[in-house]
Structure formats: C-alpha cells, structure tokens
Design a protein around this ligand. Structure first.
Ligand SMILES: C[S@@+](CC[C@H](N)C(=O)[O-])C[C@H]1O[C@@H](n2cnc3c(N)ncnc32)[C@H](O)[C@@H]1O
Length: 249
C-alpha cells in the first residue's frame, strides 16, 4: 500500500539528518534500555547506537533510505504492533504520532509491548509564537487538528514527564521549525517537501495558503522587514518552538 511518506520521503535522508542535541535528549530518556522499539521509524533517525533496535515503519520508501545497521526492520504501523506483550525494554516514537490513524490505539500498543520507558518527541499544539505561523496561519489549525494535546499523554500512559526541546539555530533535521534562524530556507521547495505540514496545507499542489505566505515571506526578506521584526532571534543559539519530549516515569 502507498503511504504519504512514500512521496514526502523521497529526499528525506538528505534533508532530515538527526540533530545531535535532540538525539542526546532521546538517548538519555531511554535510560539503560538494551532493547528499543522505534515506532514510525522513518529512515532510522535517532535510533541510539549500542542497543538492540527494532524499527517499525509503514512506508517502504522510508525503509529504503535507512543506512545499513543491525536493526530489525519491519514494515507496519503503530496501531497493530506485531510483537508479544513486554517484548522491549523501551520504545520511542519521534515526530510521528500526528500521522497515526488511531493515536490512542498506537500508544496503547506501545504500552503493551514495552516493559519500561516510552519516549515521544512531539509538538505541543497549544504552543504559540513560532514566527512561521505569522506567514502560514493555517499551521496553527493544522497542528490543533492533528497533534494530541500534551495532557493526553498522561491520560493514556499514567505519570509522564514533559519537557521542552529547544531547537538549535543550525539544526541538521529539516523538520518544520528546523530553519527558524534561516528563514530563506522555507522558500526552497525541496526543503518544504520534507515537511508534512506543508503537504497538508496544499504545498506542491499550489494551495493559496502556501503561495500567499511564500510571497509575503520572500518580500519581507528582500525588504528587510523580516530582519527587523524578528531581530531578537538572530543572536539566539537555540529557540523553544514548541517541541516536547514526553517520557513515562
Ligand atoms: C516525520 S516522519 C518521522 C520519522 C522518524 N521517526 C524521524 O524522526 O525521522 C513520520 C513517520 O511516521 C510514519 N507513519 C505514518 N503513519 C504511521 C503509523 N500509523 N504508524 C507508524 N508510523 C507511521 C511515516 O511513514 C513517517 O515515516
């Protein structure tokens, strides 16, 4: 079956390199787990080395972009994990839950197959203040529609720790906020093509939501208006853009 990421993922491995600072946060959160299940694993970003990794991912194109490793790779979805109860010490799901057709089912499946910690990297849909939404306001409603509210994790999993993950100014992972200090990058179609939010807003197919924002951003960069409005960002090394690490206790 073709999945969205069979299209989005075409250039994924080039523009979506794991960001070392985020990788460190995830690795620390996984504690001393020896076996780790990576759900919605994509091309294998953020899989910690030195542990026994099982990766599950629905898109064959994403699986095809994995670097060689010792991981066991299975094509499948979060909602039906083909593993026995308590098969793994820990499990992780990085920037993927918003794509699941049944988020609760997927999370409960992770709980079922995991003995100890479960770790998510996700985005807080109530976060406001990332400048990109000034140009593409539809991003806000999109996130409200697809991202679980942060309070939901505790309802699903019991006590969790939730902590912000600031994004470095030179983030090597080209997710939506990865270029917060490099605004001209958003004008590049190849960059946007690796961001599912732009697909959802109708980018590539020429949605007005995207074209209007692109025109305004380009004009503001040329005129210097962007630089004036967001001058306070230009000396920052990292920025809280709404990304959150969720860890079970
Ligand atoms: C933004 S990518 C993240 C991939 C990887 N975790 C990373 O950090 O690079 C989202 C991934 O979720 C996968 N996905 C979509 N629906 C899924 C589902 N129901 N269960 C598991 N993964 C899913 C997509 O195919 C895609 O590879």
């Amino acid at each position: 079956m073709e999945t969205l990421y069979d299209t989005i993922g075409l250039n994924y491995a080039n523009l979506r390199q794991p960001e070392p600072k985020i990788a460190h946060r995830i690795e620390t959160a996984l504690g001393d787990a020896k076996s780790v299940l990576n759900v919605g694993a994509g091309a294998g970003s953020y899989e910690p080395v030195g542990r026994q990794i099982t990766a599950i991912e629905p898109s064959a194109k994403m699986i095809g972009q994995r670097a060689a490793s010792n991981a066991t790779i299975i094509q499948g979805s979060a909602e039906e994990l083909p593993f026995d109860n308590n098969s793994f010490d820990a499990s992780m799901a990085v920037l993927t839950i918003h794509h699941w057709s049944d988020q609760e089912k997927g999370v409960l499946e992770m709980r079922r197959v995991t003995r100890d910690k479960i770790v998510f990297l996700t985005y807080d849909p109530s976060f406001r203040g990332f400048w990109l939404a000034d140009y593409f306001p539809a991003l806000v409603t999109l996130d409200e529609g697809q991202m679980p509210p942060m309070a939901q994790y505790e309802k699903w999993l019991g006590p969790v720790t939730i902590s912000p993950v600031p994004i470095p100014h030179d983030c090597s992972d080209g997710f939506l906020a990865g270029y917060w200090r490099r605004p001209a990058a958003y004008l590049d179609e190849r960059v946007r093509a690796c961001m599912s939010s732009f697909w959802a807003l109708g980018d590539i197919t020429g949605g007005d939501n995207v074209l209007d924002g692109l025109e305004k951003l380009e004009a503001d960069l040329k005129s210097g208006a962007w630089g004036k409005r967001y001058a306070h960002l230009l000396n920052l090394e990292e920025l809280d853009c709404g990304y959150q690490l969720v860890e079970t206790k």
